[in-house]
Design a binder for this molecule. Structure first.
Ligand SMILES: Cc1cc2nc3c(=O)[nH]c(=O)nc-3n(C[C@H](O)[C@H](O)[C@H](O)COP(=O)(O)OP(=O)(O)OC[C@H]3O[C@@H](n4cnc5c(N)ncnc54)[C@H](O)[C@@H]3O)c2cc1C
Length: 412
């Protein structure tokens, strides 16, 4: 474990990317692309340029008008409320599908708040036999020989962004055709996504696996060819493993009937230094609140962000550079590299104020500093019971009418 060091993030973008590369020699992957400038300014620019009507028509297509807002929402550059309110103000009920999409993020997050680390194990018994193979190198490297899957892996490894439909196809391929353990796949996937988020990611993998849904998700060639505009199929020379009817694929993929019992995955908490009691109060800026507009960040107290060895140590280079862009717009925040506890203890911090999070790793890390958790803004001001959190459809029955401002509103 290296001694904490203070980082001086350069204002110049190319110097900044280079600096982060030097500070994190272990981080894998290419530099952050120009198209992915992190921070609130870019988030707001994307939001105001969003065409929600085009989204309604074509978001299922790989070249559809999706928002690409997820990394900005993940890091709190803008809040889900801001995004939702802005779209509702401009489009009203015509933006139904986009509001529905935002609600998915909120749903997974509520599940995370309610179930904590349990989301890292099977939420329920899978409804079909799922596999437990390790993640093979041809998947990690994008050399499966299938142009579609290798293309989706290349998007992940070079861009850090993958379209939602492609994420679903890829997860189904990995879990149902290759029988990889969902947790191994989800952990790896999250390290490379600019929007990598424990809830949206791990629970989506479980949704595909069927350990948090009523049936497994899988697809066939016809569907993939349609929504990709044959982009991959046209150059494919392989015998297509997806070329069959849904019934035919079901028989091939899930010949065994007996689903197992829920699989428990161990959660490894890192050993962190014990710290002695101090007195000073500071704002701890964690990786879900990277915006100078965040009311907690605006408090006139010492503000500290730490690229923490345990939290961010395995993240790809472009993820770290994305966060550095965000932090560059927050000049009052001191940025450190090391173990967050050591950084706080060495600064004489006895208590931190920070934004509430369902991330148990952050909560455990800050526990010795008697954190004052300030609630994050709610998408809708309503209590959602555990029963409602069992399935998105039940959550939406309650939340949809409130978000759409229409008591009669039902699922799209
Ligand atoms: C296997 C798998 C892994 C995923 N991992 C992540 C992850 O780590 N982080 C993450 O933010 N999303 C994840 N998603 C959800 C979804 O794919 C992305 O949020 C979405 O593709 C981001 O692109 P976008 O911003 O252009 O989305 P848009 O289609 O433009 O949607 C707008 C916003 O709505 C939210 N949203 C839309 N669909 C979903 C969904 N199904 N679940 C959660 N939020 C949604 C996102 O915040 C997104 O930015 C995953 C989905 C799958 C199937």
């Amino acid at each position: 474990m290296s001694k904490p060091r203070k980082l001086q993030i350069p204002d110049d973008r190319s110097e900044r990317l280079f600096y982060i590369k030097r500070m994190f020699p272990q981080a894998s992957g290419p530099d952050l692309k120009d198209a992915w400038h992190g921070g609130r300014h870019e988030a707001q620019r994307r939001l105001s340029g969003m065409d929600a009507l085009a989204y309604e028509r074509n978001h299922h297509f790989l070249n559809g008008a999706v928002t690409r807002l997820s990394p900005y929402l993940r890091h709190g550059c803008i809040t889900l409320n801001e995004a939702c309110n802005s779209i509702r103000a401009k489009y009203g009920a015509k933006a139904e599908k986009l509001i529905f999409a935002f609600a998915w993020r909120d749903y997974w997050r509520q599940v995370w708040y309610r179930f904590g680390d349990d989301i890292l194990s099977d939420m329920e018994a899978a409804k079909v036999m799922i596999g437990h193979d390790p993640l093979a190198d041809d998947i990690r490297n994008g050399t499966t020989g299938l142009p579609c899957m290798d293309g989706f892996i290349s998007d992940l490894l070079t861009d850090g962004y993958v379209h939602h439909h492609a994420r679903m196809w890829f997860a189904a391929y990995v879990l149902h055709w290759r029988k990889v353990d969902w947790r191994a796949a989800a952990d790896w996937y999250q390290e490379h996504l600019l929007d990598g988020d424990m809830a949206s990611n791990h629970l989506s993998w479980q949704w595909v696996a069927s350990s948090f849904s009523s049936k497994p998700y899988y697809f066939n060639k016809e569907s993939l060819a349609r929504y990709t505009g044959e982009k991959y199929c046209a150059s494919c020379t392989k015998t297509c493993p997806f070329d069959d009817s849904y019934d035919g694929l079901h028989i091939k993929l899930f010949p065994e009937v007996i689903p197992g019992s829920p699989e428990q995955h161990k959660v490894d908490r890192p050993t962190r230094p014990a710290v002695s009691t101090q007195t000073a109060l500071a704002v701890f800026v964690h990786d879900e609140m990277l915006s100078a507009a965040n009311p907690i960040v605006q408090q006139s107290l010492h503000k500290i962000f730490v690229f923490d060895d345990h939290l961010h140590g395995k993240w790809s280079l472009n993820r770290l550079q994305f966060m550095a862009d965000c932090l560059n717009e927050m000049p009052e925040v001191d940025v450190w590299l090391g173990d967050a506890r050591e950084v706080l203890a060495e600064r004489g911090i006895g208590q931190v104020i920070t934004q509430a999070t369902p991330n148990q790793e952050i909560r455990a890390m800050l526990a010795p500093f008697s954190p004052k958790w300030q609630a994050e803004p709610k998408l809708v001001d309503v209590d959602i019971s555990s029963k409602r959190l069992k399935r998105f459809s039940r959550y939406w029955d309650k939340v949809g009418p409130l978000l759409m401002g229409n008591a009669e509103y039902r699922q799209p």
